[in-house]
Design a protein around this ligand. Structure first.
Ligand SMILES: Nc1ncnc2c1ncn2[C@@H]1O[C@H](COP(=O)(O)OP(=O)(O)O)[C@@H](O)[C@H]1O
Ligand SMILES: [Mg+2]
Length: 600
């Protein structure tokens, strides 16, 4: 139960904190990751653009080197024409081709007829006259381009490869006289299919992997598969075919290639007619990119985990005192339920919980007090009932005793003073016992007052003579200060008499013999007050609060009901009673009743 409560509150706090702390962190993390990744992507794209430029530069450089090689041979070719030793030309061409790794090296005359071939001296006489590049060469132009070569042309050139079509760097160059007249045309070709020297060079120089596409198919590559074999023959997708081959534009993009997502760059390779016949391909080295991505992701996961732990820890830290306090209150409630009112709750915090605990403690203290009072009044009630029953039973025998004493006095000789004294004692003790019985009955079965308008001085005038007689017997002087009072009070006459009888009896008893009894009545604002002052023994400080309790008495023959009856009657009359006393000097009781104002 305890753990359950605790865990629930702490968990709730943790979860709330998760929402407050963790979710913004996650959102921010993802936003920043996105930004970072986009930045990286841009970086990679920029790099691939520059890599592509470098790759194209390398490719162009190779093309132009080929061109310079051929130009170097141009004057030598002319020599064969000049010396009319054309029969030796094929051998020369063959040597040059082998030396420079050329797959084609042929010479055509001004009309386009092939007159010598480096590879296959036997085949001659076929014509290039209808080729566009030939016409441009005759016009004096050097043409360096990437060309598709058909199987027929390959066969004609003696290239024994089983492709139906191939990709070739071609150089077509006029052999000119000093006066500019074109004597012949040199045709040189470098086959790219299965030749990886260019792509390997690119990879060596820029670090990126490269490939050459013939139309949409890889024919040369430095890309490797998982086994380290070169990836060949793979085709690009339609989008790239459209962009690069059909529109002749550069393409850079993140694409699924060979099953993985890469950033790829394609740049078209053009033939002499400016048609894209293939492309140069660069794949961005993804390693760094992936590495950064991994690092960012792992730091996000770390942050997420950390904030979960932090949120839970804070939840527990904040929740713990709360649950401790709640547990403490719960224990307190159980204790109170088991009537343990001495249980106090201790909460060490300095907040509302402490206030709650304090009010709880106050509540238990008040409960304890109330419980005590209840117990007391229950005891009193029971005691009262017993007393009432006993008193009731005593009434008849007491009457019997008095009657018997009365008869006895008749029978006894009036001269027998000792016997007469005993009879008097019997009578007075029976009277006293009767008085006690009456007090007990009044206390235990209080009669509801019957209210009438009462003039207080008139009422005092009725009871004082009897009391004055008693005082005189004990040599006590009675002083009366009865001011003129026009107002009346609403009261039960008999009960009012009981009040003054009791108070004056107490005063006389406190003085014993000698002293002064002062009775004062007066009007004070809305109240009528009566003061009964004696010069008796006084009430010790510690007794003052007990004198109104039933059965509290300091007298041998007292029963302690007088003042408690007085108190009850005063309360029923909406009055108040107070006492001032100095030990050894005297006591004053002050009773105050509200004036009765006739509303009619
Ligand atoms: N005028 C007084 N002077 C001194 N003590 C008094 C006076 N009135 C009351 N007391 C004290 O209060 C107690 C209770 O009074 P009361 O209820 O009348 O019972 P009882 O008179 O039977 O003792 C007395 O026993 C006495 O100790
Ligand atoms: Mg008394």
């Amino acid at each position: 139960m305890f753990n359950f409560i605790r865990q629930r509150i702490e968990l709730k706090l943790g979860v709330v904190l998760l929402f407050v702390v963790f979710i913004p962190i996650i959102i921010m993390s993802f936003m920043s990751v996105n930004l970072i990744l986009k930045g990286i992507q841009r970086e990679v794209q920029q790099r691939i653009v520059s890599d592509l430029n470098v790759a194209v530069a390398i490719y162009d450089k190779i093309k132009h080197q080929l061109r310079y090689t051929i130009r170097d041979q141009s004057s030598r070719v002319k020599y064969y024409f000049d010396t009319d030793t054309l029969d030796d030309l094929p051998a020369f061409l063959k040597a040059v081709a082998e030396q420079n790794n050329l797959d084609i090296l042929s010479i055509a005359d001004r009309r386009g007829k092939i007159i010598a071939r480096g590879n296959q001296s036997l085949l001659k006489g076929d014509s290039l006259a209808d080729r566009a590049y030939f016409k441009r060469a005759i016009d004096g132009e050097d043409i360096v381009s990437t060309e598709l070569v058909s199987i027929h042309e390959m066969q004609a050139e003696g290239i024994k490869k089983d492709f139906t079509e191939a990709l070739m760097i071609k150089v077509v160059m006029p052999v000119k006289e000093p006066d500019g007249i074109v004597r012949a045309v040199i045709i040189a070709g470098y086959l790219l299919n299965n030749d990886h020297s260019i792509v390997d060079l690119i990879t060596d120089l820029i670090g990126a992997q490269a490939a050459i596409f013939q139309r949409e198919t890889i024919v040369s590559s430095s890309l490797r598969d998982l086994n380290g074999a070169r990836i060949m023959g793979t085709k690009t997708n339609q989008k790239i075919v459209e962009t690069v081959l059909q529109k002749g534009k550069q393409y850079i993009g993140e694409d699924e290639v060979f099953g993985t997502s890469y950033i790829n760059g394609y740049i078209p390779l053009f033939n002499a007619n400016n048609q894209a016949v293939g492309s140069l391909y660069i794949r961005a080295s993804e390693e760094g990119f992936q590495e950064i991505k991994r690092k960012v992701m792992s730091s996000i996961i770390f942050m997420a985990g950390f904030s979960i732990l932090l949120a839970l820890a804070i939840g527990f830290y904040v929740g713990r005192p709360l649950t401790m306090a709640i547990e403490s209150l719960r224990q307190g409630a159980i204790a109170v339920a088991n009537s343990d009112f001495d249980h106090t709750i201790k909460v060490d915090t300095d907040d509302e919980l402490k206030e709650l605990a304090d009010s709880f403690n106050t509540m238990t203290a008040e409960l304890k007090e109330a419980q005590k009072k209840l117990l007391q009044s229950e005891k009193m009630a029971a005691l009262g009932q017993i007393a009432a029953a006993v008193s009731h039973e005593l009434k008849n025998p007491l009457t019997g005793i008095k009657m018997a004493a009365y008869f006895l006095r008749d029978k006894v000789n009036s001269a027998d003073t000792e016997a007469n004294k005993s009879i008097s004692d019997i009578e007075s003790e029976a009277d006293r016992a009767n008085k006690i019985v009456m007090e007990i009955l009044t206390f235990s079965q209080p009669i509801s007052p019957i209210f009438n308008t009462v003039k207080i001085n008139e009422l005092l005038g009725e009871i004082l003579p009897v009391q004055e007689y008693q005082a005189e017997l004990h040599e006590i002087k009675v002083i009366k200060h009865l001011q003129e009072i026009k107002s009346v009070i609403k009261a039960d006459r008999d009960q009012l008499k009981q009040i003054f009888d009791n108070l004056i009896n107490n005063a006389l008893q406190a003085m014993g013999a000698g002293g002064e009894l002062t009775i004062t009545s007066m009007e004070e604002r809305d109240f009528i007050k009566v003061k009964i002052k004696d010069t008796g023994v006084g009430i010790p400080e510690e007794n003052v609060k007990s004198i109104f309790q039933p059965f509290f008495t300091t007298k041998d023959k007292g029963i302690g009901l007088g003042l408690s009856i007085v108190n009850e009657i005063v309360k029923k009359h909406q009055g108040t009673i107070s006492v001032e006393s100095r030990l050894g000097q005297g006591t004053t009781f002050i009773i105050s009743f509200p004036k009765f104002v006739n509303q009619a």
